[in-house]
Each structure stands twice: as structure tokens, then as C-alpha cells.
Design a protein. Structure first.
Length: 287
């Protein structure tokens, strides 16, 4: 079986190919335009009516110099995504959205607990990058939803998150629905000077220290917040010992003269980090 055939068959039950239109599944095209898919078709794809799903979109922004045609690239991406999802026990449908974007409907057991979703999403994104010759892989994630009507909203959120990931060049990690809304809000501000002033108020000391010492305190703080203050997960992401992480967090508190246990301080620091990404993205002049 060719990569193209495998990719098409992979989205449904074995041997039952789904018709494609303009590089994506025909039903997906109609569903996004507002049509309700047939129940038998949803069953073919493996959708469970009482299951929560989060839509996850993956898009490599560049392929290697040995890249195939756009259609073949799309087929390869879907096949790889299906494989990586299966390896992690993720039994959600995988579809080709366009020639360079694949969608995974990621099952979520509890919509209020998304730690596993975030971890698995990032694992898959990293592995896709490796399998695609280290291509930058952007990823957008919508909020968990149940039922095809609500899943359509999740899909649109994932699209928005993917678009912002591309615009802000955030290929190093997935962009989730909450972040995308925040980024959109920050980008809508009419005064980038105010945003800059806010960033400097909260981050200037760390930025200056990192520049002088060639350290990574700002990235450490970002990872710490991204992992909800979980030191074990933060140390794992940064590939450092937990004692090293504890030292860095203490240095951050000392340099900024801030109490990292204070909820308002954490909120302002986290918001400043997001604003910093918006301000210093490659196309931040559009603010």
C-alpha cells in the first residue's frame, strides 16, 4: 500500500477509504460549512457520541529539500500522525484537513483536566518534527467538546491557535485555545508602547540578567508557568535537575524582588511573558 493509500485508509476503519475533496476529507469540508455528518459515517471514523474530544491541528511549516508533492506530503503527515497517536493509545480519528495540515480528534476523559492532552500533544509534535527531517511543526489545539456541533467550535479554535502559532513563530510548543485568545487580545491593543512598558516593569531585570550572564531564567520561568508550577515536569522539559530548577527559581525571586507564591505576582509575570512573545514575534510591527 502506498503512503497516500495508507493515509486515506488510516482516517477510518481499515480498508474503507474516505473520499477527499481539495486535499481533505469530503465530510470534513461539509461539516465545517455547517452540515451535520451522517451517524454511520461518524461511526466509520470511530467517533463516540458521548466522548469529549479536543481538535488538534498539526502543520509542518517546511519540508526537507527531498520533500514530495504537496498531496504526498499531506498523506505522509496523516500516516505519521496516525502512527504516533496509536503508539500512545490515542484512539481518536485522524483526518487530512489540507495538503499540509492534519487533524487529530484527541479523546479527553475529563474536559477540566487537560494535563495529559497537553503532554501527549507536545510529544506527538516533537516526534512529527523528527520524522519529517526536523521540519518546524506548528500545532493548534481547541478546547474539549462533546457533540459534532460543539466540536466545530473546537476546530475553529484550533485553527485560530494554529494561525497565531504561525504568525508569532511559536513552533517550539503547541498553542492552546486559552493562549490563542490571550494572544489575540494582546495583539488587539492599540498601544504597543503600553505593552512594552508592562513587559519592562515585570521582566526587564530578568532580561538584563540573562543578557549579561547568558543564562536562561526567562525561559525557565516560561516553562514553570507552562507546566502549572509542577517542578518535576518543568525540570524534565528543560532537561535539568530539580535542584538546578529550584536554584533558578530562587534566583528569579531574588533578581526581581518578587514573591513567586503570590497569585497576583504570578498572574502579572505570566501575562508579561505572553505579551513579550507578541511584541517580539517576527511580525510584531503589525500591532
Amino acid at each position: 500500500m502506498t503512503d497516500q493509500q495508507y493515509a486515506i485508509n488510516a482516517v477510518g476503519q481499515p480498508g474503507r477509504a474516505a473520499p477527499l475533496r481539495n486535499g481533505r476529507a469530503e465530510w470534513l469540508h461539509r461539516w465545517l460549512e455547517g452540515e451535520t455528518p451522517d451517524a454511520a459515517l461518524l461511526e466509520q471514523y470511530g467517533f463516540q457520541p458521548d466522548q469529549y474530544y479536543a481538535v488538534v491541528l498539526y502543520r509542518p511549516m517546511s519540508f526537507s529539500e527531498h520533500a514530495l508533492s504537496a498531496a504526498a506530503n499531506g498523506a505522509q503527515l496523516v500516516a505519521l500522525l496516525q502512527t504516533e497517536a496509536n503508539r500512545r493509545g490515542i484512539n481518536g480519528p485522524v483526518c487530512l484537513y489540507d495538503n499540509q495540515t492534519a487533524a487529530l480528534f484527541h479523546p479527553v476523559e475529563d474536559p477540566q483536566q487537560t494535563t495529559r492532552l497537553k503532554r501527549k500533544t507536545e510529544e506527538i509534535r516533537k516526534q512529527l518534527s523528527v520524522r519529517l527531517n526536523n521540519a518546524d511543526v506548528h500545532c493548534g489545539v481547541g478546547r474539549p467538546a462533546k457533540g459534532m456541533a460543539m466540536l466545530r467550535h473546537s476546530f475553529r479554535e484550533a485553527e485560530q491557535a494554529l494561525r497565531l502559532s504561525n504568525e508569532l513563530q511559536i513552533q517550539a510548543r503547541p498553542t492552546f485555545f486559552g493562549n490563542s485568545s490571550l494572544y489575540a487580545l494582546l495583539r488587539s491593543l492599540k498601544s504597543p508602547e503600553e505593552l512594552e512598558r508592562f513587559c519592562k516593569t515585570w521582566l526587564a531585570d530578568l532580561i538584563n540578567y540573562d543578557t549579561r550572564q547568558q543564562s536562561e531564567l526567562l525561559e525557565t520561568l516560561r516553562a514553570y508557568f507552562a507546566n502549572n508550577g509542577n517542578t518535576a515536569l518543568t525540570a524534565k522539559e528543560l532537561r535539568i535537575h530539580r535542584n538546578t530548577l529550584a536554584y533558578r527559581l530562587n534566583r528569579i525571586a531574588e533578581i526581581t524582588c518578587l514573591d513567586l507564591e503570590d497569585a497576583d505576582v504570578r498572574l502579572n509575570l505570566h501575562l508579561a511573558l505572553k505579551a513579550y512573545e507578541v511584541l517580539y514575534a517576527p511580525n510584531a510591527v503589525s500591532l
